[in-house]
Design a protein around this ligand. Structure first.
Ligand SMILES: *[C@@H]1O[C@H](CO)[C@@H](O)[C@H](O)[C@H]1NC(C)=O
Length: 268
């Protein structure tokens, strides 16, 4: 092993500490079901394991953090929803490519550090996200914790950029659920904005590409019918789907992440 001089060793230690203590300037909530949780590369085989392929658009970066299950900031890496989207085999989702695409834009300040706040849980209908449910409360708790972060250098608290929402596949099973999707979505957004005290919080909703049942078009129509200010719609239909007919592939998630970033950046 090469010998390191003492000053160099001290410098390396300092850099490590500073990196570990990093806090974000701009945070995003990621919620919904499995396609937000990320199944890219995790859909084949019987036991279903993740293939471990991490494209460059999803690579770790010192400027991309994630809020851990126990509410600490750490360097984000795939699978982003580890410890959050529980009881599922996780793969690539849209969060990391989204963050990379936002950071690559000149529309954000060059010292931006993104904090991703994963909250998705596979298989959940929107009824599982109404106010006071477990998942809703977890999302609000994590959102508040993210915004309350105080930097070690006394930096300003991070700004919440948007809620990225990809959900609805589970509401395609029963016609009754599909038919009330729009008012349920509107109520969820109003509640989150009120509980986070951010009445103008941007919400970017993904139009579903697949469904667990047959009422996919009913839910898609409902998603397009959601009428709220500061709500953007990004359509996942047409992106490559894995051979389970349900989940976006890794390549599709990379594309979706870039589409979400474009929608976000257009609001700046
Ligand atoms: C979703 O809602 C059902 C019915 O209320 C409940 O049994 C289930 O535990 C919920 N799932 C999650 C993940 O919250």
């Amino acid at each position: 092993m090469a010998k390191l001089s003492l000053p160099l060793l001290l410098l390396l230690l300092l850099v490590a500490t500073a990196t570990a203590g990093r806090t974000p300037t701009l945070v995003f909530l990621l919620a919904g079901q499995s396609n937000m949780g990320g199944r890219g590369g995790a859909t084949s085989g019987n036991g279903k394991t993740w293939d471990g392929v991490v494209p460059p658009e999803c690579a770790p970066s010192q400027r991309i953090l994630r809020l851990s299950p126990d509410l600490r900031w750490e360097e984000a890496r795939e699978p982003l929803h580890a410890g959050i989207d529980v009881h599922n085999v996780l793969g690539i989702g849209p969060g990391m490519p989204f963050a990379h695409a936002v950071l690559a834009s000149r529309a954000v300040p060059p010292d931006t550090v993104i904090g991703l706040v994963p909250c998705a849980q596979g298989g959940t209908p929107i009824a599982n996200w109404s106010r006071s449910t477990e998942l809703y409360d977890r999302m609000v708790t994590r959102g508040r914790a993210a915004m309350a972060t105080v930097g070690h250098g006394g930096e300003a608290r991070p700004k919440l950029g948007a809620l990225l929402w990809y959900q609805g596949e589970a509401d395609t099973i029963r016609r009754e659920d599909a038919e009330v999707y729009a008012p349920r979505m509107e109520a969820m957004v109003r509640d989150v904005r009120r509980d986070l005290a951010l009445p103008e919080l941007l919400v970017i909703q993904v139009g579903i590409a697949t469904g667990q049942g047959k009422f996919v078009d009913l839910v898609r129509d409902a998603q397009k019918a959601v009428k709220l200010p500061n709500l953007k719609y990004v359509d996942a239909k047409g992106l490559p789907i894995a051979n389970d007919y349900t989940h976006l592939t890794t390549a599709a998630q990379v594309t979706l992440g870039k589409m979400l970033a474009k929608a976000y950046l257009a609001t700046l």
